[in-house]
Write a protein that binds this ligand. Structure first.
Ligand code: ATP
Length: 229
């Protein structure tokens, strides 16, 4: 592990913690998720990125692979990557895995001054106004949106209303306050990798090499996962 990766960014000791949540089904976790988390940490000077598998995703059909298995793949994929953390808190809660509840629990853990961000890809962002209690998301956290090359649709009117007056253009402006703002980011790599495509290829017995960490590939092969996807 290299020292530059491990140490918090300059000034981190004297400022409130900067923490992000990257939730998802991670069915399975892939390099699009992991590389985004690493680049996000560098661009925003984050102390920690909590990657949180949804136990019972409220906005989509139940994944064919259990949450325990998806968490195990996430752990394997993260390995010892500095600053990334496979967080099982949604697996420890009953009922639908609402992000508003998860953010509340992170807020309780890190305190009122922490700069807490919820990170979503552009595809997930487009549906944000339909999530459970969307105002509560901004009451607990900033929302950071990552551009995805294969998702470029315009924002629906309800979303435009939800985010009105919240958007900022720089990390400094974002972190002036603990929560409530929105920032859209085009990260350097912008990998066009999706779990849907990976499941499809695996289901057909085709190669997904170099789209997932080796450790995740081994886990999938050992468990015979996604063969009937
Ligand atoms: P699926 O294809 O099954 O919808 P996915 O690849 O989009 O899966 P999710 O687990 O649904 O993965 O994604 C979790 C979060 O990560 C979402 O906010 C999603 O937009 C984002 N994300 C997924 N893939 C990428 C990628 N390649 N680059 C940036 N963000 C991504």
């Amino acid at each position: 592990m290299c020292e530059a990766e491990e140490s918090p960014s300059a000034g981190a000791m004297s400022r409130p913690p900067r923490v992000a949540m990257l939730g998802g089904t991670f069915d399975p976790v892939h390099l699009g998720h992991l590389r985004s988390a690493v680049e996000l940490r560098m661009q925003l000077g984050l102390d920690r990125v909590h990657m949180i598998p949804a136990h019972v995703p409220p906005h989509r059909a139940a994944p064919g692979v259990s949450s325990a298995e998806r968490l195990a793949m996430l752990r394997a994929g993260i390995g010892d990557t500095p600053g990334l953390y496979a967080d099982d808190r949604e697996l420890r809660r009953k009922g639908p895995s609402y992000s508003a509840d998860t953010l509340q629990s992170l807020r309780e853990e890190y305190g009122r001054e922490a700069r807490l961000s919820m990170v979503v890809g552009h595809d997930a962002f487009l549906k944000l106004a339909d999530w459970h209690d969307p105002e509560a998301l901004f009451a607990q956290a900033h929302v950071v949106v990552i551009a995805r090359p294969d998702h470029t649709a315009p924002l629906p009117p309800a979303l435009q209303e939800l985010i009105a007056g919240r958007e900022v253009q720089s990390p400094e402006a974002l972190f002036e306050t603990p929560q409530g703002r929105l920032m859209q980011l085009a990260l350097p790599s912008r990998l066009a990798v999706s779990a849907t495509a990976i499941r499809r290829w695996l289901g057909r017995g085709e190669s997904v090499r170099y789209l997932l960490p080796e450790a995740v590939l081994s886990h999938i092969a050992r468990g015979g996962l996604y063969r009937d996807a």
